[in-house]
Design a binder for this molecule. Structure first.
Ligand SMILES: *[C@@H]1O[C@H](CO)[C@@H](O)[C@H](O)[C@H]1NC(C)=O
Ligand SMILES: *[C@@H]1O[C@H](CO)[C@@H](O)[C@H](O)[C@H]1NC(C)=O
Ligand SMILES: *[C@@H]1O[C@H](CO)[C@@H](O)[C@H](O)[C@H]1NC(C)=O
Ligand SMILES: *[C@@H]1O[C@H](CO)[C@@H](O)[C@H](O)[C@H]1NC(C)=O
Ligand SMILES: *[C@@H]1O[C@H](CO)[C@@H](O)[C@H](O)[C@H]1NC(C)=O
Ligand SMILES: *[C@@H]1O[C@H](CO)[C@@H](O)[C@H](O)[C@H]1NC(C)=O
Ligand SMILES: *[C@@H]1O[C@H](CO)[C@@H](O)[C@H](O)[C@H]1NC(C)=O
Ligand SMILES: *[C@@H]1O[C@H](CO)[C@@H](O)[C@H](O)[C@H]1NC(C)=O
Length: 633
């Protein structure tokens, strides 16, 4: 029955083909009229473009600065999961942070996707939704119950439009949990697919908390690792501190579990493959324009005392021609936590003093624009291990790499079909009696939210150290996921073609330093479990070895890199703040016609890798937009 309807969909799409709408030059859309102009085709913008054009009477222009995800000799580099560690710069914004004063003034490379799908096309594929507390805190401080975990579950699992009523029946029958059947009549966002190696995933995931018909494909590890049994054994040996968690995406992420990745049938599943696939691009009411930047939002009038921003100015180079486009209903900014504040400030929406310094007239004085940036810092720890069966052997050998590529090309299986970041990850809180909590308070969203994350990889993983020429390694990424440091995104100039000044302000609070130090010690305890006794030869770096806080802190200053999760630079007004940038429906305050949908709106950083939470807020935002304009849901 499902198949019958699937082929019906394909048929409908085939009938609509021939109206491809991928443009590469803004003059091609110059004189067209759109209900919505969406800026940025990342996790959020792709969802919005897809959902808003489900209704054929609504037309949308989606503008992306970067390139196509399917066109070019090198697109395989963003499709093969194994290549995540080395995404070519042609898919990237090539940003660098300002010197980080708590990190010996190091500047950090700051990757952001410059391609359809945004950073979901270039990230490490981790699919983690965050805890119920993260959403519940957002609901509480925004006063909007719609952001609560319970209200968001339908958006995490399911999306807004009704394409095929028949599918709803399937959903109702297969969803076991009452919490998950809140809106059983809706299609889904996610599909949990079989792992690349086809192994039985019983005991590794709870299918009841996953979608079965959504466009974002997720899967468990697709290539067994020499670490798997030992990681699981550790969860038994040290169960009090590192318990096993069957499914970290159930609302309670705490503990160690199998990583779920946005990989389907051995290939990266991104916002572009999921929401901007050929069938979506074929919609007559959707135009997608790539290789084009927004140079500013254009004020098109006033309503009452507020400026109306329904115009967008586009260009392809600093000196290139400017093209203006107007939306009749809304302009939606989904340019991400770096691009969104930059575009706002270039348009006169920001801190008046900072704008004046760049000769920009202030239209909306919004001091929070570009402020309060948060991100997850992490340090690598490595141990040399007693095996040759790690990815290091493959990485060093052109022959083995070639053999793996042959298997992948022929079958979409093997190591190249798998996430090299590891097969398990874990989320942990500081112990209840921790002196860090006593001294600094609890920075997490609540008792189901983590303070730090550990990942377990079977190779030498690092962005700060050269890969050793010999030896096999196990690596942990130790990440601070409830940081309190807050940085900023500021203009370097008034030009959209100059990168902004990015300052994640890593490790600038004593509580961040203390918490990450404790996290490193927790990683040491994990690796000291009996499970590793005959496996670990020796720690690779001194910090793995040491127990003095001073040595760990020195290592942190030397090694912190970014998990690439910028947030908060256009944050929502909440009961905790005097002023934010958007209201709880994500509309820019003191302006008309302008909404922001991306990670910049989060008032607190989520203890999760970002793509799943951003998909969820974009799904809800699609409904908010439809409701606001009387578009059928
Ligand atoms: C758009 O309209 C302007 C003014 O009417 C005209 O000069 C221009 O050629 C048009 N552009 C396209 C691509 O049709
Ligand atoms: C980043 O660098 C690469 C290689 O030089 C280039 O192809 C790409 O366009 C750059 N990205 C941006 C946003 O300029
Ligand atoms: C970092 O730069 C600041 C400002 O230039 C300087 O005062 C400070 O001494 C530097 N710190 C280190 C560790 O180099
Ligand atoms: C790993 O390979 C090296 C070189 O071939 C060999 O000497 C060593 O015994 C191997 N180690 C293990 C644990 O198999
Ligand atoms: C695998 O396929 C890609 C893309 O078609 C090709 O570039 C590559 O050389 C192939 N690798 C091997 C080992 O066959
Ligand atoms: C992972 O895949 C490779 C093929 O690339 C296979 O040879 C190997 O056995 C797999 N690893 C394990 C531990 O099953
Ligand atoms: C916290 O409790 C554990 C277990 O009871 C104990 O081993 C540890 O010393 C305590 N830590 C502190 C800082 O009190
Ligand atoms: C770790 O400590 C041991 C014992 O003190 C020492 O022999 C070894 O050199 C240290 N390793 C590193 C990487 O510092």
């Amino acid at each position: 029955m499902l198949f019958r309807h699937a082929s019906l969909i394909s048929l409908l799409y085939l009938l609509r083909q021939g109206s491809a709408s991928l443009f590469t030059d803004p003059t091609q859309v110059a004189n067209k009229s759109y209900d919505f102009v969406i800026i940025g085709a990342g996790a959020a913008g792709s969802v919005l473009a897809h959902r808003l054009t489900e209704h054929s009477a609504t037309n949308v222009l989606l503008v992306e600065a970067g390139r196509s995800n399917t066109d070019g000799p090198d697109v395989r580099d963003i499709q093969v999961p194994y290549f995540v560690v080395d995404i070519p710069p042609s898919f990237d914004w090539n940003y660098t942070t300002v010197p980080q004063k708590a990190l010996q003034n190091r500047t950090l490379s700051y990757p952001r996707g410059y391609v359809l799908g945004g950073s979901t096309s270039t990230n490490f594929l981790f699919y983690t939704r965050g805890s119920s507390d993260e959403f519940d805190r957002l609901a509480r401080i925004s006063g909007d119950e719609g952001w609560s975990w319970k209200a968001m579950l339908p958006y995490i699992l399911k999306a807004s439009a009704r394409l095929l009523p028949q599918l709803d029946m399937t959903l109702t029958l297969t969803a076991h949990r009452t919490t998950l059947t809140a809106h059983p009549t809706r299609p889904q966002t996610e599909t949990l697919t079989p792992p690349a190696d086809g192994h039985d995933t019983h005991g590794e995931v709870d299918p009841a908390v996953h979608g079965k018909t959504g466009p974002v494909l997720t899967s468990l590890s697709g290539n067994a690792s020499v670490l798997d049994a030992r990681v699981l054994q550790t969860t038994a040996e040290l169960a009090a501190e590192f318990p096993f968690n069957l499914d970290m995406n159930s609302g309670n992420p705490l503990g160690v579990g199998w990583l779920q990745s946005t990989i389907g049938h051995g290939v990266r599943s991104s916002a572009a493959t999921a929401f901007l696939a050929q069938d979506t691009l074929a919609r007559r009411n959707l135009d997608v324009l790539i290789g084009t930047r927004v140079t500013r939002l254009v004020q098109t009038g006033r309503r009452g005392s507020s400026p109306v921003f329904l115009g967008v100015e586009l260009a392809q180079s600093a000196a290139g021609a400017r093209v203006q486009i107007q939306a009749t209903k809304e302009v939606i900014l989904s340019a991400g936590s770096i691009g969104t504040p930059q575009i706002l400030m270039m348009s006169g929406i920001g801190d008046a003093g900072e704008l004046a310094a760049h000769g920009i007239a202030t239209v909306v004085d919004a001091p929070d624009v570009g402020k309060h940036m948060q991100d997850h810092p992490w340090v690598p720890l490595q141990w040399q291990v007693n095996t040759n069966d790690t990815l290091d052997s493959i990485n060093r050998s052109p022959d083995l790499l070639n053999a793996a590529a042959e298997i992948y090309n022929a079958t979409k299986q093997g190591v190249m079909a798998n996430n090299p970041g590891g097969n398990q990850i874990g989320w942990f809180r500081l112990p209840r009696n921790s002196s860090v909590l006593r001294e600094f308070g609890d920075a997490s969203a609540g008792p189901s939210s983590p303070h730090f994350e550990l990942t377990f990889g079977n190779s030498f993983l690092s962005f700060t150290q050269p890969v050793p020429a010999i030896g096999s390694f196990m690596s942990m990424c130790v990440a601070l996921v409830a940081p309190t440091s807050r940085g900023s995104v500021k203009l370097a100039s008034a030009s959209a073609f100059d990168a902004p000044l990015i300052d994640p302000a890593f490790m600038q609070t004593p509580s961040d330093v203390a918490t990450l130090t404790e996290a490193v010690k927790a990683a040491q305890r994990f690796a000291a479990a009996p499970a590793w006794a005959d496996f670990v030869i020796k720690p690779f770096v001194a910090a793995v070895n040491t127990t003095t806080d001073a040595a760990i802190r020195a290592y942190i200053a030397d090694q912190v890199a970014t998990f690439r999760h910028p947030m908060g630079t256009a944050r929502m007004s909440t009961s905790e703040l005097d002023s934010g940038v958007v209201d709880s429906r994500l509309l820019v305050e003191n302006a008309v016609g302008l909404r922001i949908v991306d990670a910049s709106i989060f008032p607190h950083i989520f203890g999760a890798h970002l793509q799943a939470p951003v998909y969820a807020i974009a799904e809800r935002a699609s409904d908010l937009v439809k409701r606001a304009h009387g578009i059928p849901l």
